[in-house]
Design a protein around this ligand. Structure first.
Ligand code: GRF
Length: 208
C-alpha cells in the first residue's frame, strides 16, 4: 500500500512508521510527506530519506503551498491508499475526507473523547490531564472526519499519570506508546485487518 503522512512538527511518529515499513512490519511504503511547516523536523527527515515533501495548505506565510484540489491531484498521482496524520495541526478539508473514506488516521495523545478538540494539542493536552486529576492517559488512534479529534476510535493504550508528573514527563511516556500503537494500527490498515462493526465501530482483527 502507498502511504501519505502529514506532519507539522518533529515527526517521531512519522519516523517510527517509516522504520516499521523499511523493516517489513508495515505492508506499505511512505510515498510522500505533506507538511504545513516546510522547515519542521519531519520534513527535514523526509528530505534526508529521499521522501518527496509537499507543502500544504497555501497561506499568506507559504504562498507556494498547494490548494486542496492540487493536493488531491498529487495524492492521486502518487496512488495513495491511506493518509496518516502524525502531529499535523491544520484541519483536514472535507474534500480530502470524502476522497479517502475510512482511509485517514490520526494519532492524538489522550484517551479520546477526553481532552480532544481544537485547543488540545501538544503539551496543553498533558497539562489538562494532570490538572484534571485523571490517573490514566494514553494515545488514541482514530479515523478522521471533518472535525478535530471526533472520528471513530480504532486503538488506544493506557498510560499511568504519576503523582509528580510534569506535562513533559507525561508527554514522553505517552509518546513512547504512540509509536507502538500507531505502527500496529497502520499495519492492520495495510493488511485489511479492520472490521467495521454494525454500529460503525472499527475493530482490529489479529493476524491469523
Ligand atoms: C504527538 O503527540 C501526536 O499525538 C500529536 O502530535 C504529536 C506529534 O509528535 N498529534 P511527533 O511529531 O510525531 O513527534
Amino acid at each position: 500500500k502507498k502511504l501519505a503522512i502529514f506532519v507539522s512538527g518533529g515527526g517521531s511518529n512519522f519516523r517510527s512508521i517509516h522504520e516499521a515499513s523499511i523493516q517489513g512490519l508495515v505492508n506499505g511504503d511512505v510515498a510522500v510527506l505533506v507538511t504545513d511547516k516546510p522547515g519542521c523536523g519531519g520534513a527535514v527527515y523526509a528530505r534526508n530519506s529521499g521522501i518527496p515533501v509537499i507543502v500544504f495548505p497555501k497561506s499568506k506565510l507559504i504562498p507556494d503551498g498547494l490548494l486542496t484540489e492540487e493536493l488531491l491531484t498529487v495524492l492521486r498521482n502518487f496512488e495513495i491508499d491511506f493518509v496518516l496524520l502524525a502531529g499535523f495541526l491544520k484541519l483536514i478539508p472535507v474534500e480530502l475526507v470524502q476522497a479517502y473514506p475510512k482511509s485517514i488516521l490520526n494519532i492524538h495523545p489522550s484517551l479520546l473523547p477526553a481532552f480532544g478538540g481544537k485547543g488540545y494539542y501538544g503539551l496543553k493536552v498533558h497539562k489538562a490531564v494532570i490538572a484534571s486529576g485523571a490517573r490514566y492517559s494514553g494515545p488514541t488512534v482514530h479515523f478522521v472526519d471533518e472535525h478535530y479529534d471526533t472520528g471513530r476510535t480504532l486503538a488506544q493504550r493506557i498510560v499511568p499519570v504519576l503523582a509528580n508528573d510534569t506535562p513533559e514527563n507525561l508527554a514522553a511516556r505517552v509518546l513512547h506508546e504512540e509509536h507502538q500503537v500507531y505502527v500496529e494500527a497502520v499495519a492492520a490498515l495495510c493488511e485489511d485487518r479492520i472490521v467495521w462493526r454494525e454500529d460503525g465501530v472499527p475493530l482490529i482483527r489479529s493476524r491469523t
